[in-house]
Write a protein that binds this ligand. Structure first.
Ligand code: ZN
Length: 145
């Protein structure tokens, strides 16, 4: 029977931070991790963006389909993790965003997504870093466990 392959971590630092105005969401979090020696972690962000690039994985074509929206949007929810991809630190984030009338869009967050203001809750995880590897079945870069 298939089961959830997993790794176990100790909890590290617990951090709260303010995201810089006008900077890319994904890039900023990757930079934050590099500067603080974080290799693995989970986070959530709330705030607002001035533009967003979102995508969904087309399971038939096995490619991400992305689109960009250039308008003020509220980050209703954004959750993500940090691990390694091609030997480099990589953020994986998903978000739901709302426009001025409360209509929501959501998906996988890509660069460039420009932050208007944002608050991050970051939880560092200590242990053997996770590495993403190409998965034959899905075509995705999944954790090697
Ligand atoms: Zn994703």
């Amino acid at each position: 029977m298939d089961t959830i392959r997993h790794a176990t971590f100790e909890t590290g630092r617990c951090m709260l931070g303010r995201l810089p105005h006008g900077k890319d969401l994904v890039g900023t979090i990757e930079e934050f991790c590099a500067q603080n020696g974080i290799q693995t972690g989970v986070f959530s962000v709330m705030g607002a963006v001035t533009s967003v690039t979102l995508g969904s994985y087309d399971q038939n074509q096995q490619v991400y389909v992305t689109y960009k929206k250039e308008e003020p949007l509220e980050i209703v929810a954004c959750t993500g993790n940090v691990s390694f991809k091609d030997g480099k630190l990589a953020v994986h984030a998903h978000a739901i965003l709302a426009d001025i009338s409360g209509q929501t869009i959501g998906g996988h967050v890509f660069s460039e997504t420009l932050v208007y203001a944002g608050e991050i809750y970051f939880r560092e995880l200590l242990g053997k870093p996770l590495e993403r590897k190409y998965d034959e079945i899905t075509g995705l870069l999944l954790w090697q466990l």
